[in-house]
Each structure stands twice: as structure tokens, then as C-alpha cells.
Design a protein around this ligand. Structure first.
Ligand SMILES: [Zn+2]
Length: 641
């Protein structure tokens, strides 16, 4: 930590690693700037007004005023939504200096501060009046989970503004946690991991090693049956196996991923290579066998959890938006530790196909679950209702369990912090957006570049050097794994480049331009046959975007059930968008859909099927939708388009 010097928009700042995140990135236009602006002007106020309306904010006032009752509005974790909103607001003030966000932080902080007990305990659901006693339900009570989000909000405040009341409240809460659950305290953990990742980062931000140590203690206590068994089993909250022994992510996806993010933090801070390797192993198998093409994680609704290997049904996909946020948290930490490009590749996939999918264009409605196949159109959105369920095919203004909107808000507000890194030799750019980057290398040299691009609409990325530097440094650009055939252009000379990091090293002069050309033709993707739920289907991707078909773009309602496409003639892109050749075979309706032999289906005309980015599905109103499309190979000898 640098005393008195806010670092900027930087959610993760390890004390060491292969590379350091660059906080001085300003996204100046394009795909993500639009979403950041909507987040700032609509989503932040939307979240606060819902929490006010539902009494989640007044819960803090009731504790402060001594007027609590045995029950209160909201789930036990509703306090965390206030903290996630505070985190989003803090990143927003760091990003733009928005005075309204600053006022909102002060307004919310004042209410939170009043509710804190003298010993640092802070919770609106337990421990006051006739409420249940403190820490009497560690499996389901979420008390430590809530505090983890408070600490992350305080990190955002520290790094963008410096120490203030919010940070002081968080310090008292963190000290209370260390006193209560330290080596000599209660040998317990929280059912929902989050306190660990909050403590680790808060410790780094303040230079307080004992907070990181408390995170380690919680991590190592987990996995020994420390929590009570529950009907879903202890794997639900990752208390079935010590994290060092686990081979794959299992149980509730958000819990598994928040825990893993903390494990990377602890591994890095303590030089614990064994723990880091364990997490890398879990990432590898979980990404190879338990992750959707969208980057979505979690294929079971009953426990919001990971399925077995290859259990990736498209229609029953859960893919909670929060699991996407948490997956990015894990991969970013792993990238900073290892500089392995596979992590930033997965971040891009998750950003475009989960994070961008959740919010509506107006920033006032959200997807919670992100299935890859919606069989029945959702109900038209009602902006005045609280959705009681996570799924449904329409973005909802708010949810009974409303973890996702504030999670999207804090991610979008801090997105600039995930675009670039630096090391002793230069600058690495991982995610492409029009932006200005101006940072200092560890040896004090200043590096400034402007990125100009229409990505992901176009694949041309121009990096213009904005400042002379007489000694050579290296500019590295990520070539995504999907971008076979990419080209790098320097001084008018083009050369093919492979997926991975491509480097240009020289004494750059202001005005030098390096251009990366990524191939943006749509491409057909086949699933591993072991993902049997989509065997025989293909998906179409374009750049970082997964595409889908919506029923409203087909000739008749219900067509999506029968649609089959020709994967061999290949998708085409023109001014009207991406199209693929498909047909709607007629299938006879029967009283029993399991005949003894397959019928020959009616041969029908081929036609052009429009595809759209999955992140934009249901923007035009309720629709059924699918990403994985059955492949229909035309009969031998038939003329191809
Ligand atoms: Zn969520």
C-alpha cells in the first residue's frame, strides 16, 4: 500500500506476482463504455431505490434505533447487497469522480455506521433484541459473508478515495472477526465463502498481514466437516474436502468460486505454491469439463451448483450471473500470479456472454440465471415486481434473492481495472476496448497508449503510443485462443501471429501505431461428444461473442423446436448480420414420442436463419432462444448453398 495515495480502480492488488494490474485505464467508448455509462446513470440508483423500497436499508436504521423485531425484511444476506452497491459506487467515483456517487456513498455509509455494535459486530438479522444470537447459524446465516462484502467495499473506497468512515467501519468489523474466529477463538467458518476474499484484499490494501492470516485460517478450517451436514451435502459449501485436496469445483458455484479466489490470494501472499497449483488443477478440470461455451458455470438449479463432468444441459443450465462475476475474480487472480493467457481468454468469454447478458439496455432489469436454451418465452417484463425466482426468460427489475444486479454493477464500474497489466519490461493489454492507458513501469518509466477499436463489431485494434520513451519496452497484446489467422502490423509490415501473447519491443515514439487484426468471420463450434446433452448440435461464434437464434426470427412460432442447420456450408456475415443455412423439418405429432423406429422427416426448404449475439437475447421482448443448434447434414449429392 502507498500511504495517502489511492491506487485507483484496482479490485485486486497482490503484493507480488508475475505482472501487476494497471489501474490507470479509462474506457473511452464502444461496447463497454456504453454499459459503464448505463450502470452509472441508471443501475446504481435503481439498486438503491429497490433496497429502500423493500426495507433492506431500513434494517440498518432499526438496529441503530433499537427497534429490531425477531423478523425483518429480506434474506439474511440482504446487508451484502448494500455493501456491493457501496463497492460499485466507490469504483464509480474512482472512474469518473461522479459527485452523485460520492453523495450516495456518504448517505449509505452513515446508515451502516450507526448500525455497528461497539465491538465491531455488524449485522441486521442476528444479535439484537429478540433476533437469533450472533453466529448461531453459521451454515445459513451469512453473517461473515456479509462482512466480506463490506471489506471489499472498503477496499474500493481505500483505493479510490483513501481512509474514511466506511473504511473505519470495515476495520472495526475485520478486527471483530479476527478476535472472534482467530486461532484462539471459535474454530468455525461461514457457510457462504466471501469473508476470506474480503479479508485477504483488505489486508493487502491496508498492509495488515493479520487479516490475510485470518483468511488462511478460514480456508484451512474448511473441508473437514466443520459445518453441520445438510440435505444437499457438505460439498454444497465446499466443506467436504480441504481445498488443497480437491480436484475440481463442486457444489454451489458462487461459493466454490469466491472460496477459490481467496485461495489464490492466500497462496500468492504466503508463497504457498502447493495451494496455487491445487487451484490451477481445479480450474483446468472445471473449465475443461464443467463450463458452458458462454463461460457460464453451474448446471444444477437445485443447489445452484456445478454438475458432474460433462453434465452441461443447455436448457437446464443455471449459469448464475454471480458465478460469472466470481469466475472472473478467480481467473484474474490466477493471471496476475502466473501470466498464463488461458485465464484472460476465459475472462473475455465470460465478460461478453455472461456479464454483458445480464443487464437490459436501460440498466434496470437483469438476468439471474443464464440458460443456453429457453424453451418457453418469458413473461413480458414488469418493472414494478420483485421476481420470486432466478429463471424465467425475462430480465427482472429486482429479485427476492437479488445478488446479481449489484454484482454486475460493481463489475462494470471496475472493469477498467481488468484490461491491462504491467511488468518490469512493459505493458500487456488483455481486453480490447477504446481506452487510454497511462501508467508507470516499476523502474519509473512512463508508458502511455491509446487503443482505438470497434471491437467486437470489428477485429481491428490500433494501439497508438502516446508518449516518447527513449529506452526500449515491450508492448504485449493478447491474441485470443479463437483467433487463428490473426495478423500484427508494425511499420506497414504485416505478419501472422499465433494465439497467445504477441510482443513488440522497441524504443517507442509518440504516434507509433501497432495494429492487431483479429479474424471476425463467424465460425461453427462443435461440442465434445461427452457433453451428451448437446451431442449432434453446433454453435456459432463470432469473435468473443457466442451467437443464438431467437424464435421471433423464424417463420413461425414453435419453429425453434424443429430447427436444424447445415454446419458445413458455414455461417455468413453481411451488413444484415450473421446467417446460417437451416430448415424446419416437419415432425409428425404422436400420442407417445418414442416410436420403435425413426420416421423419415418431411424434406423442407433451406432458408437463411439469422443469428444474434447471445448477450442481446430477449432485448426485443419475450422469445424462445437456443445457442446449440441440431446439425442437419443434407443428403448425399444435394447442392450446397
Ligand atoms: Zn447472483
Amino acid at each position: 500500500m502507498t500511504e495517502g495515495t489511492p491506487e485507483g480502480v484496482c479490485p485486486v492488488l497482490p503484493s507480488h506476482g508475475r505482472v501487476r494490474p494497471v489501474a490507470q485505464v479509462s474506457i473511452t467508448g464502444g461496447f463497454w463504455a456504453t454499459r459503464q455509462a448505463v450502470n452509472a446513470t441508471a443501475t446504481l440508483a435503481h439498486c438503491e431505490s429497490w433496497m429502500e423500497r423493500l426495507g433492506w436499508l431500513a434494517n440498518f436504521d432499526r438496529v441503530a434505533d433499537g427497534t429490531t423485531a425477531p423478523d425483518r425484511p429480506g434474506w439474511p444476506f440482504s446487508d451484502s447487497e448494500v455493501y456491493k452497491l457501496l463497492e460499485a459506487l466507490a469504483w464509480e467515483t474512482g472512474r469518473t469522480g461522479d459527485p452523485e456517487a460520492e453523495v450516495a456513498i456518504k448517505r449509505l455509509t452513515a446508515r451502516v455506521t450507526r448500525a455497528q455494535d461497539p465491538d465491531g459486530y455488524l449485522n441486521t438479522c442476528f444479535g439484537h433484541g429478540e433476533q437469533r444470537p450472533r453466529y448461531s447459524d453459521l451454515e445459513g446465516g451469512h453473517e461473515l459473508y456479509n462482512l466480506g462484502h463490506l471489506l471489499q467495499a472498503a477496499v474500493a473506497r481505500l483505493r479510490t478515495a483513501g481512509e474514511d468512515d466506511l473504511v473505519r467501519v470495515a476495520r472495526r468489523a475485520a478486527d471483530h472477526v479476527c478476535r472472534t474466529f482467530g486461532a484462539d477463538g471459535l474454530p468455525k467458518i461461514c457457510g457462504h465463502p466471501e469473508i476470506e476474499v474480503g479479508l485477504a484484499e483488505f489486508g493487502r490494501a491496508l498492509g495488515e498481514e493479520r487479516y490475510v492470516e485470518q483468511a488462511r485460517l478460514f480456508l484451512d478450517r474448511r473441508g473437514h466437516g466443520t459445518l453441520r451436514d445438510i440435505p444437499l451435502g457438505r460439498a454444497y459449501f465446499q466443506d467436504d474436502l480441504p481445498i488443497r485436496e480437491a480436484e475440481v469445483w463442486r457444489g454451489h458455484a458462487v461459493r466454490a468460486l469466491y472460496l477459490t479466489a481467496a485461495a489464490v490470494d492466500v497462496a500468492v501472499e504466503r508463497g504457498d505454491d502447493e495451494l496455487l497449483r491445487a487451484v490451477e488443477r481445479q480450474w483446468e478440470r472445471s473449465v475443461a469439463r464443467r463450463t458452458y461455451i458462454t463461460g457460464g458455470m453451474g448446471s444444477r438449479h437445485q443447489d445452484e451448483g456445478f454438475g458432474e463432468d460433462w453434465e452441461l444441459p443447455p436448457d437446464r443450465a443455471y449459469c448464475e450471473t454471480c458465478a460469472g462475476v466470481a469466475s472472473i475474480m478467480v481467473s484474474w487472480r490466477l493471471y496476475l500470479a502466473t501470466a498464463d493467457v488461458r485465464y484472460t481468454d476465459l475472462i473475455e468469454r465470460t465478460l461478453y456472454n455472461i456479464i454483458a447478458t445480464s443487464p437490459s439496455p436501460d440498466g434496470r432489469a437483469f438476468f439471474y440465471a443464464n440458460p443456453l436454451h429457453q424453451r418457453a418465452p418469458g413473461r413480458p417484463a414488469d418493472g414494478t415486481e420483485v421476481s420470486p425466482r432466478a429463471e424465467g426468460g425475462s430480465r427482472a427489475a429486482w429479485f427476492d434473492v437479488s445478488c446479481c444486479p449489484t454484482n454486475v454493477a460493481r463489475t462494470l464500474a471496475s472493469l477498467g481495472g481488468y484490461l491491462a497489466t504491467a511488468d518490469g519490461d512493459g505493458l500487456q493489454i488483455h481486453q480490447y476496448a477504446p481506452c487510454a492507458i497511462n501508467t508507470e513501469l516499476p523502474d519509473g518509466r512512463r508508458v502511455a497508449v491509446d487503443v482505438e477499436t470497434g471491437y467486437p463489431e470489428t477485429g481491428t485494434i490500433r494501439v497508438r503510443i502516446a508518449a516518447d520513451e527513449p529506452s526500449p519496452w515491450t508492448l504485449a497484446l493478447r491474441v485470443p485462443a479463437w483467433a487463428a489467422g490473426a495478423t500484427l502490423i508494425t511499420d506497414g509490415w504485416a505478419r501472422p501471429v499465433e494465439p497467445g501473447m504477441v510482443e513488440v519491443r522497441r524504443a517507442f515514439r509518440a504516434g507509433d501505431v501497432i495494429t492487431l487484426e483479429l479474424p471476425m468471420a463467424p465460425r461453427v463450434t462443435w461440442p465434445d461428444p461427452r457433453i451428451d446433452a448437446v451431442r449432434g448440435c453446433v454453435a456459432v461464434e463470432r469473435g468473443p461473442e457466442v451467437l443464438c437464434v431467437e424464435s421471433r426470427d423464424l417463420p413461425h412460432a414453435g419453429g425453434l423446436d424443429a430447427l436444424a442447420i447445415d454446419p458445413l456450408s458455414g455461417p455468413r456475415a453481411d451488413a444484415g448480420g450473421v446467417r446460417v443455412r437451416g430448415r424446419l423439418p416437419g415432425h409428425p405429432d404422436r400420442p407417445w414420442p418414442y416410436p420403435s423406429a425413426t420416421d423419415s422427416v418431411d424434406d423442407t426448404e433451406w432458408f437463411d436463419v439469422p443469428l444474434r449475439p447471445y448477450h442481446s437475447w430477449a432485448h426485443r421482448g419475450p422469445s424462445s432462444m437456443r445457442i446449440w443448434l441440431p446439425a442437419s447434414l443434407p443428403p448425399e449429392g444435394e447442392q450446397r448453398a
